[in-house]
Design a protein around this ligand. Structure first.
Ligand SMILES: [Zn+2]
Length: 346
């Protein structure tokens, strides 16, 4: 396997190593030199164990430096959330960028670790994927009697994630972040134009058909029904679309975009039973209260990662490809496992 830079996808210039999960995050969640469990390979009954410090992927020195600022900006945002302090929409967007970076970094990391078990030819890198497609995140507070430190990633170990790194979970101490991003995955939710029919053709290319544009919002995300979280935000990003809409004359898009040139929508949030656009990006995003029947065990929250991966894979699945079927079935086992999982993660 040829070494490629995780940021630009070229052979690394002035070779460097990028920590997929940065040092500040390791320090924040425990001993940075620790060896930790990184999910389970349930199918083979093996734990996946790494030393965090060695969790690196190749990168150019220049590319690595370029993204150092983002790490510095995101750190206080994550700290706020862990302290249950509200963040604003600009901060949420920054966090979404970072989640794009981490998600793709983990995906490339597993590509090396598992010696490309999905037989893919990576065309996505951090540089050409960050802030380029529809995305969402949901924050959950994990209630626990004792203060619990720890860092876990969920969903990154599956074959499904290797095919399409669409959805993953990150537990940082007492919060759990569910993050997803995929082509037009939340456009319909935000009232933006979306293709009703998406088909995977060759080499990760998509065929988009049956465009619809309702200008109405909805809560169910492309086949995935989310649980209630303290904060759920969505951002439509249609940079790579070929639908003929005029972003400069259509009143709905004028109102709901923050960059019409790049077709980047504003942030939307769940608010009780509604999805609402946010126009003041500096205003704090209040936390929704999750109580009563909305309170779920940690495993059930995590199971949504695997449900999301399945839902997003089924969106593009054409016909009955055997590998896809196997991937979906394997994720179902993860879902079953987590739905029963009560314990806290360390
Ligand atoms: Zn590079």
């Amino acid at each position: 396997m040829n070494k490629i830079c995780v940021f630009c996808g070229n052979p690394p210039e002035k070779k460097n190593k990028e920590h997929v999960l940065p040092q500040w995050l390791l320090k924040m969640t425990g001993d940075p030199n620790r060896v930790v469990k990184f999910g389970n390979n349930y199918l083979e009954g093996k734990e996946i164990i790494f030393s965090w410090k060695r969790f690196t992927v190749p990168s150019c020195t220049k590319c690595n430096d370029k993204y150092a600022n983002l790490e510095g900006e995101v750190r206080p945002i994550v700290e706020k959330l862990c302290d249950k302090i509200e963040i604003n929409s600009n901060e949420a967007i920054k966090l979404l960028d970072w989640l794009d970076k981490v998600r793709i970094g983990l995906w490339i990391n597993y590509y090396y670790l598992e010696k490309n078990k999905a037989g893919i030819n990576p065309r996505m890198f951090i540089e050409n994927r960050i802030g380029r497609k529809d995305r969402f995140m949901q924050i959950q507070f994990l209630e626990s009697n004792k203060k619990s430190d720890g860092l876990n990633a969920f969903g990154v170990e599956t074959l499904s994630f290797q095919f399409n790194p669409s959805c993953f979970g990150l537990r940082i101490n007492n919060i759990l972040i569910l993050n997803g991003s995929n082509d037009f995955v939340i456009s319909e939710n935000c009232g933006f134009p979306f293709p009703k029919k998406i088909e995977s053709v060759e080499n990760g290319m998509l065929s988009l058909k049956d465009w619809q544009y309702n200008r109405t919002v909805s809560k169910k995300i492309s086949g995935l029904k989310l649980l209630k979280g303290v904060l759920t935000v969505l951002q439509p990003i249609q940079t790579e679309m070929n639908y003929e809409t005029n972003y400069f004359s259509d009143s709905y898009l004028i109102q709901n975009c923050i960059d019409r040139e790049k077709r980047i929508g504003t942030l939307f949030r769940f608010a009780d039973d509604d999805v609402i656009p946010i126009y003041d990006l500096n205003a704090e995003l209040y936390f929704e209260s999750v109580k009563g029947k909305d309170v779920k065990i940690i495993g059930e929250l995590i199971s949504k990662v695997y449900e999301g991966q399945n839902a997003f894979l089924l969106r593009v699945m054409s016909g009955k490809e055997e590998t896809f079927e196997r991937t979906i079935e394997s994720n179902k086992k993860h879902i079953e496992f987590y739905k029963e999982y009560h314990k806290n993660f360390a």
